[in-house]
Design a protein. Sequence first.
Length: 152
Amino acid sequence: MTKQPTETSEIEQSVDKSIKAGQEAMEKTSKTVAKAAREAAQANGWTETADKQAATLTALQGPLVEATSQAFGRYVEGMAELNQEMTRFVAQRLRYDAEFGHALAGCGSFVQAAEMQQEWMKKAADDYMAEAKRLGEIGQKLVSDVARTPAA
């Protein structure tokens, strides 16, 4: 029977050691969890700050994107107008040149042909000057429209 208390004592000591080791492990784990929680909270704070900065940037970019979109839309419209005008002019000149060629072919004398060619040259020069002016006005309007796009 004397051995029994010793065995119990050894078991109790072993249990006590296990309990103590478990308590130390729990404390260590608690400290690790607390440290991780602090780091997570800190990281979360940084994330919140980054989210706020991103939201602010997005809020500022919204009007900028809208203004850029409007300016680009006006640019495209202006370029379409320029294209339309050039197409109109080329078609008009081709018609006139075809009429001139037909009239020149039916001309009865060299003098008459020279006079017709002079008229054709003068008309062509006048038409090209007028078209350059029109294209300049359209281009100027395009630049003004794009520049007048509301700023962000």
